[in-house]
Design a protein around this ligand. Structure first.
Ligand SMILES: [Zn+2]
Length: 148
């Protein structure tokens, strides 16, 4: 049932593989997660620490007296959350998985800090990356092609 799923940071220095038991994930809205990721909310997947194999260990940010957060000091990617003690589980950031698409949000956490204007954005104008010429032109100028 558990599927081995790889992931890692933006620059590729920190990599992991985890046995994900299911597709359940959640959105955290707490201020600590907002500040450490720079995001209005952060999608997290809870896993057992013992099921995570780091092929290159992450750096750890001591974000509070009770928790620490794996990240990459080279590219700055936020990779998750872990209590310092008292739990055999940890969270990995959904978007750090190589394929985040299977995970589905099952609940909100840190509800006291939800920025409600960002919760339901369905219906807003949608612009695809390849339809933004400023960005495409810069890629073509720098590398000869657009990677999208
Ligand atoms: Zn990195």
């Amino acid at each position: 049932m558990a599927q081995e799923m790889p992931g890692g940071c933006a620059c590729g220095r920190v990599r992991y593989v985890v046995a994900a038991a299911d597709d359940d994930a959640y959105l955290c809205h707490c201020r600590m997660c907002q500040r450490t990721t720079g995001s209005v909310s952060i999608a997290l997947k809870s896993v057992k620490q013992a099921d995570v194999r780091w092929s290159h260990e992450p750096d750890w940010y001591e974000s509070s007296p009770i928790a620490r957060r794996p990240y990459c000091r080279e590219c700055g990617t936020s990779l998750g959350f872990q209590f310092k003690e008292g739990s055999d589980k940890m969270d990995l950031t959904v978007a750090s998985f190589d394929d985040p698409s299977r995970f589905k949000p099952k609940h909100h956490f840190g509800a006291e800090s939800i920025h409600r204007a960002w919760l339901n954005t369905e219906g807003l104008k949608e612009i695809r990356t390849e339809d933004y010429p400023v960005l495409v032109d810069k890629w073509v100028e720098a590398t000869g092609s657009f990677p999208g």
